[in-house]
Design a protein around this ligand. Structure first.
Ligand code: UGA
Length: 442
């Protein structure tokens, strides 16, 4: 059995490398030739811990190749049973915030005409429920007569920063299938994790699509729940970090996705939440997911609260003030800046008149391309020089390890606002800092 992976972004590049690691011969395909030449040279065009060595290992082993041509896909699949994984992006449409399925439809149309032998096409992209059945009809309409072509859905739950581990050793596998043949082919592909006892749910196409969007909606809701509690804490003098700890001890609640702070960003949670609501509206059940509007609103309010808190620390106005920002990635362990809460706060403060200097260990290059008006420093210490306020907005490990006394020697005023509730308040206060955080008393 051979495998192709269409779309080599965060999801596809990781999936391709992990499939090679599981022993398959894999061809990664992307219409972006720059991405393909970077991957073919063993250098993924984004940071993901462990991915570069894995890609390099399998370029060398000969099990992994990349191409930007569909005719290569056709040649690769000729004469062998092939599974084609669809991993292209489904970004947010600017107009109505629905998922833009253009890339997926294009991939299906271009793939269908080169499918000459028996094949299974497996969707992994995050899509509105109902998409797979529509794509299956489209696939069958375009595939050359006689080809035994079928569509299945196998949603992906990997987190950036943990992508390899999440793919090789997932928390669960979900197969959305329309036939026993599709199920048995997917069982064959995932025989290693299944052999280790990874739980499997076999279901239909719409349920498989829904598992993904509802999982992301649930995670977003959990984060916004604790951030709404942070707002309550701010109005009552309570401490949301103690509250979260106490809640987490209840095994029915659990501690994951309960870290209060600046909220969620990235290329998935925010857009999936909005697309899910739009889809519910299309289905005539918009009211059912009305609460997701509030989940989104709480999330965006945290960013505004961070800006307001910083303005207060600057004495009511940003004019003539210097603000140091630690963090630009939407979360630690990634260089992804899509919908980054840290950059949204930094840009807003800069627009309101402050001079903002940002440091991020991995995302500075990406951030500079999108936010050229911000100043970028090459270290956390350099960013802090002359600052009136220091903001901790992405919780990289290195920020927790820095000595507040050393940082304190270069700032103008020792004021820090912890937007991620992961700095050690006592340590900073002992070094003479005035310490503020979201959802906690000063
Ligand atoms: C998310 C899901 O966790 C994955 O399961 C899913 O596969 C992926 O989206 C996707 O749809 O592709 P990811 O976007 O990599 O993964 O990021 P997360 O680790 O889930 O974090 C999302 C955001 O929530 C980050 O901005 C993070 O800082 C924030 N967050 C997370 C909190 O504010 N508090 C928390 O307690 C946890």
């Amino acid at each position: 059995m051979r495998i192709t992976v269409l779309g080599t972004g965060y999801l596809g590049a990781t999936h391709a490398a992990c499939m090679a690691e599981m022993g398959f011969e894999v061809l990664g395909m992307d219409t972006d030739p720059e991405k393909i030449s970077a991957l073919s040279a063993g250098t993924p065009p984004f940071y993901e811990p462990g991915l570069e060595p894995l890609v390099r290992r399998h370029l060398r082993s000969g099990r992994l190749r990349f191409t930007s041509s569909y005719s290569e896909v056709e040649k690769f699949a000729a004469g062998a049973l092939t599974l084609h994984f669809l991993c292209v992006g489904t970004p947010e449409k600017k107009t109505d915030r629905a998922a833009d399925l253009r890339f997926l439809e294009e991939a299906i149309d271009r793939l269908a005409v080169v499918l000459r032998g028996p094949s299974l096409v497996v969707g992994k992209s995050t899509v509105p429920v109902g998409t797979a059945e529509r794509l299956a009809r489209r696939l069958n309409a375009h595939a050359p007569a006689g080809a035994h072509v079928e569509l299945a859905w196998n949603p992906e739950f990997l987190r950036e920063g943990f992508a390899i581990g999440d793919t090789l050793d997932p928390a669960r596998l979900v197969f959305g299938v329309s036939s026993p043949r599709a199920e048995s082919l997917l069982r064959e592909v995932y025989r290693i994790p299944l052999g280790r006892g990874v739980p499997l749910v076999v279901t239909d196409l719409p349920t498989a699509e829904l598992v993904k969007v509802s999982a992301n909606a649930f995670l977003a809701t959990k984060i916004s729940f604790i951030n709404a509690m942070a707002e309550v804490c701010e109005s009552t003098g309570a401490d949301v970090t103690h509250l979260a700890r106490a809640l987490a001890h209840d095994p029915r609640i659990g501690g994951q996705y309960l870290l209060p702070g600046l909220g969620f960003g990235g290329g998935c949670l925010p857009k999936d939440l909005r697309a899910f609501r739009v889809r519910a509206g299309e289905l005539g059940i918009g009211h059912t997911l009305g609460f997701l509007r509030e989940v989104d609103a709480v999330n965006l309010r945290r960013r505004r609260r961070m800006v307001d808190l910083t303005r207060e620390r600057c004495g009511g106005s940003f004019r003539g003030k210097r603000v140091a920002v630690w963090g630009a990635a939407f979360k630690p362990g990634s260089d992804d800046i899509r919908d980054s809460p840290a950059l949204s706060v930094a840009a807003s403060i800069q627009l309101q008149g402050a001079e903002v200097t940002v440091y991020d260990p991995k995302a500075a290059d990406n951030a500079y391309k999108s936010f050229p008006n911000l100043t970028f420093a090459s270290s956390a210490l350099e960013a802090a020089i002359g600052a009136d306020v220091l903001l901790h907005l992405t919780e990289w490990q290195e920020f927790r390890e820095l000595d507040p006394a050393v940082i304190g020697a270069v700032v103008t005023t020792r004021q820090v606002v912890d937007g991620r509730n992961t700095l050690d308040a006592r340590r900073w206060q002992e070094a003479g800092w005035s310490f503020h955080a979201l959802g906690r008393p000063a």
